[in-house]
Design a protein around this ligand. Structure first.
Ligand SMILES: [Zn+2]
Length: 183
């Protein structure tokens, strides 16, 4: 049995304990953009916030694409989140290749060069990635100026979050360690 078939079977048991409150309109408080990496799936544990408070947007990297920007606009303007957290991490798979390398590898391994080169949003430095994300999100005119946009790097070796921010007084980029709340 495939894992998906196994999951479907498990769902029929899960649904027996259906929580009717989940059918109501969601009211998340924080939009979190983070990587598709499964080690980041326990966000309530990592951030000490309940599932219901988190509007989670996941992409590889994470990459703040045009789609992610539109989702952040919906999250803040329609769903009502009031803060944006850009959550990068150490040891990301997207730092292990360049777009050019992966495109060449796939064309070689499949023998099919017909697809246009794909944009995988590979990168090298999670802190730099976070800085660029903050800039990209902050500069979008439909993201309200009063919504805080903060970037972080989650250290896979310590489970600690490190904030990446721009110093207002000196215009320099700084980072600082913070300890996340654990449930
Ligand atoms: Zn990653």
């Amino acid at each position: 049995m495939s894992l998906i078939d196994k999951a479907l079977k498990a769902n029929s048991h899960y649904a027996k304990n259906y929580d009717p409150t989940l059918g109501k309109r969601p009211a998340p408080k924080v939009a979190v953009v983070t990587c598709m990496d499964p080690r980041l799936s326990d966000l309530p544990g990592i951030l000490g916030l309940p599932h219901a408070d988190l509007d989670v947007i996941r992409t590889g990297g994470p990459a703040v694409t045009e789609d992610v920007l539109s989702e952040l606009v919906v999250s803040t303007r329609v769903l009502g989140t009031t803060e944006i957290m850009l959550l990068n991490h150490t040891g990301c798979g997207f730092t292990t290749f360049t777009d050019e390398e992966l495109n060449a590898k796939l064309a070689g391994s499949t023998g099919d060069t017909s697809p246009a080169p794909m944009r995988f949003f590979s990168y090298k430095d999670p802190e730099q990635n976070a800085r660029e994300q903050i800039q990209k999100v902050r500069s979008h005119p439909w993201i309200a100026k009063e919504i805080p946009v903060r970037g972080f790097v989650f250290d896979m070796d310590t489970d600690l979050l490190r904030e990446v921010r721009r110093s207002q007084s000196h215009g320099r980029l700084l980072s600082e360690r913070i300890r996340p709340c654990k449930i």
